[in-house]
Design a protein around this ligand. Structure first.
Ligand code: FE2
Length: 250
């Protein structure tokens, strides 16, 4: 395998223990970010570990299934559609539950990232209230000139609020494309939403990505995606700046 690393959804066989399965994906591809594919069977729940603001950030990306996240103060419904959850570090514990009447297991990606001094500064400076929970419709829309006009882009975790990591969604119906472009400082993961299918090209390498697949592309390569007539372009991007945004303090 070359430049683009892919964790294919079709290769996954969840091994459940007490209704919960967790498997690391793309292990070792980025030393500063660990990705886990998780699944909860209907009626099951899990309490993930919590980390302080000098240990790790963690983000949960829900892909499918009915369930909810509960904290001591709030509850958030997943409703079988993509949403992102950022817990309030080690201020409070939380629990992820797959509803007992969910027609599918609750499937999500658990991401744990390392914190450098820039991250710690941003966490202090942004003063963002946590936990944060957003469905795609809760995000704000942005545009980029290299995308087909009817492609919709939505910001879910804004740059800098959580330091080096950010997250958003790109949505569209084929035929359409995300034209070739480059980010010189950014490591990028794509999480394909259920039912999506596109050809992703990075450098001189083209790969087919489908629902549930997760790709990792190192920084500094031209990349873009093409979607055929009748196919769906729905993916979430999750990215991490290598050290800090250019020109900002480290
Ligand atoms: Fe990009």
């Amino acid at each position: 395998m070359g430049l683009v690393k892919i964790a294919k959804r079709k290769d996954v066989e969840f091994k459940y223990e007490n209704g919960y399965a967790k498997a690391e994906i793309l292990a070792g591809e980025c030393p500063e970010a660990s990705f886990f594919r998780c699944s909860l069977l209907p009626g099951s729940s899990v309490k993930p570990p919590v980390y302080s603001t000098v240990e790790h950030s963690q983000v949960f990306l829900f892909l499918q299934g009915d369930g909810y996240v509960v904290t001591p103060r709030k509850g958030f419904n997943v409703d079988d559609k993509f949403c992102v959850f950022v817990p309030d570090y080690d201020t409070e514990e939380f629990e992820i539950v797959c509803s007992s009447d969910s027609k599918k297991p609750l499937e999500y990606i658990h991401i744990i990232t390392e914190l450098n001094d820039y991250d710690k500064h941003c966490l202090y400076a942004s003063k963002m209230r946590l936990p944060r929970f957003r469905h795609i419709e809760d995000g704000w829309e942005y545009y980029e000139s290299f995308k087909s006009e009817d492609v919709k882009s939505v910001m879910l975790l804004e740059h800098r609020n959580l330091g080096r990591v950010s997250c958003g969604a790109v949505l569209g119906k084929g035929p359409c494309e995300v034209g070739q472009h480059v980010h010189n400082e950014i490591l990028q993961w794509y999480i394909m939403l259920p039912g999506s299918k596109m050809t992703y090209t990075a450098g001189d390498e083209s790969v087919l990505l489908e629902g549930g697949d997760i790709s990792f592309t190192p920084t500094g390569y031209y990349h873009g995606s093409k979607v055929a007539e009748g196919d769906t372009l729905n993916y979430v991007w999750y990215e991490m700046v290598k050290d800090c945004y250019p020109g900002e303090i480290e």
